[in-house]
Design a protein around this ligand. Structure first.
Ligand SMILES: Cc1cc2nc3c(=O)[nH]c(=O)nc-3n(C[C@H](O)[C@H](O)[C@H](O)COP(=O)(O)OP(=O)(O)OC[C@H]3O[C@@H](n4cnc5c(N)ncnc54)[C@H](O)[C@@H]3O)c2cc1C
Length: 457
């Protein structure tokens, strides 16, 4: 069976109606392009689809910007805000059940937002309905691509029926396991390196209390840092929380060793005593498979003017900076900005190539910062010197706002390119060390003239 797709220079076929695919479609449809989206799963507005990814996500400034730009008057962002929960900081839970809030920023408007993945995806799908030039094709799983003939083959996972489609240009938003990327690798020998983390994750549910209220502080991202492992929990709009346990796959403790539910239950009881009584759905939660995590490095992200990868398909990262989706959304902002700078008849080969080259150093930088942040979240946040440095960072930011921004803020609350944030962050770390050492770790002894001199350099 051969499908017909609108066959002219302005048509694009997007693979994947996930977070990046739907948002990209809306941005491009606004600019007048004809968009076909092919998604392997059924329409999640009608049917429950297997998620296989985190239940909720932290949405930060970069993602919010791309959502705001998608519709006039930031209407899409306003819809997302209706089910987003602001989180002001990390609520750190120690082994004795003591909880301390550590704010993300000294400024009240610098917060991150917990959003439910399925609600966000459904909201994006609903927004595509406003564009007659977006055509959805559900139950269409990409299998193979003939880039010469511009033909893509799909299978309907329910009926096993095959179909082929002529495409003009393909954009792969089909996630970390991208079939389009695999096809591009076979055809054009892309350089792909997937580095799996030796830690995995398991999601657990904290229901609301009997009266419907939240059982943990709602406006915080909760962390139970335990050195080699950790548990985190993000709030949902219905006052439930989704907790995620991050552990090594092997070792002690490790998922393999704790595979027996009874062993896992006593582990949770021992390491997370304040949370354990709230985990009342363990029978269901422990039946879920352990998720895998990894970083994907790929280069280039395109084949001529025919195919481009975007989001996780091009650069999946570990989730410890809460930036994977935000990075995917920022890809869209950057691509659209480059497109808007072109003439009416863009040179797509050049555009795809420029986009990949400009973006790659930034996605490599956030990949590095995300890996590093695992150590910060599970361990460093327990160190008093970490908090001392945070106080000094805030003091420097207050005194020299044009010149010093904490790295966490550069990543989460600003639009400074990631590679620049990484570099500035390294320089700032050295400065913090130097100032604290000279002041014998006493903030009242900080040499502010020296600080000013160093910051201005
Ligand atoms: C545990 C965990 C926690 C996370 N937390 C955060 C967070 O707090 N903040 C954050 O910003 N990011 C977070 N992320 C990362 C975030 O989930 C991803 O970066 C984001 O989902 C990427 O979006 P995407 O559209 O590129 O890919 P995906 O969301 O994976 O979407 C891919 C889509 O393509 C479809 N598809 C796949 N293969 C095919 C095919 N062959 N044919 C047709 N369709 C196909 C899929 O069904 C899906 O709809 C987290 C990830 C994990 C695993």
């Amino acid at each position: 069976m051969t499908q017909t797709a609108s066959d002219h220079g302005n048509s694009f076929s997007i693979i994947g109606a996930g977070l990046a695919g739907t948002l990209l479609a809306i941005h491009m449809a606004r600019r007048g392009y004809q968009i076909d989206i092919h998604e392997r799963f059924p329409d999640q507005r009608i049917e429950q689809v297997p998620s296989g990814r985190s239940i909720n996500l932290a949405l930060a400034a970069r993602g919010r910007k791309a959502l705001a730009e998608a519709m006039p008057d930031a209407a899409l962002l306003a819809s997302v805000d209706q089910f987003s929960i602001p989180m002001r900081g990390r609520m750190l839970h120690d082994e004795h059940g003591e909880a301390t809030l550590q704010r993300y920023s000294q400024f009240d408007d610098e917060v991150i937002y917990s959003v439910h993945r399925d609600r966000l995806n459904a909201c994006l799908l609903r927004a595509t309905e406003q564009h007659d030039n977006i055509h959805m094709h559900f139950n269409q799983q990409l299998e193979t691509v003939d880039f010469q003939a511009r033909m893509a083959q799909f299978i309907d996972p329910r009926t096993q029926q095959h179909s082929s489609m002529y495409f003009h240009r393909l954009i792969g938003c089909d996630g970390a396991g991208s079939v389009l990327r695999q096809q591009m690798q076979q055809h054009a020998g892309l350089d792909v390196d997937a580095q799996m983390l030796d830690h995995g994750y398991l999601e657990l549910t904290v229901p609301a209390a009997a009266d419907g209220s939240a059982q943990l502080e709602l406006h915080a991202l909760h962390i139970w840092p335990r050195g080699g492992h950790m548990l985190i929990a993000l709030p949902n709009a219905d006052n439930t929380f989704t907790a995620t346990l991050f552990l090594p796959h092997r070792g002690q403790p490790g998922f393999a060793e704790l595979a027996n539910p009874a062993t896992m239950i006593s582990f949770l009881q021992q390491h997370f005593p304040d949370l354990f009584p709230l985990l009342t759905q363990l029978e269901i939660d422990l039946a879920r498979p352990v998720g895998k995590l990894g970083t994907l490095y790929c280069q280039p992200w395109h084949i001529a003017d025919r195919a481009l990868l975007l989001g996780d398909a091009a650069h999946a990262i570990v989730p410890f900076h809460g930036q994977g989706m935000n990075t995917a959304f920022e890809d869209i902002s950057v691509l659209m900005q480059q497109l808007d700078d072109q003439s009416d008849d863009p040179d797509w080969h050049k555009l795809f190539s420029d986009f990949s080259q400009r973006r790659k150093p930034d996605t490599d930088a956030i990949a590095a910062m995300a890996l590093e942040n695992y150590q910060t979240m599970r361990d460093a946040v327990r160190d008093p010197r970490f908090h001392l440095k945070k106080q000094l960072e805030w003091a420097l930011e207050k005194r020299f706002p044009e010149h010093f921004i904490p790295r966490y803020s550069m990543v989460m609350f600003r639009h400074i390119p990631y590679a620049k944030a990484l570099l500035r962050g390294e320089q700032q770390q050295a400065l913090l060390e130097q100032l604290l050492t000279a002041a014998d770790d006493d903030l009242s002894q900080i040499d502010w003239r020296q600080a000013e001199h160093s910051v201005m350099q």
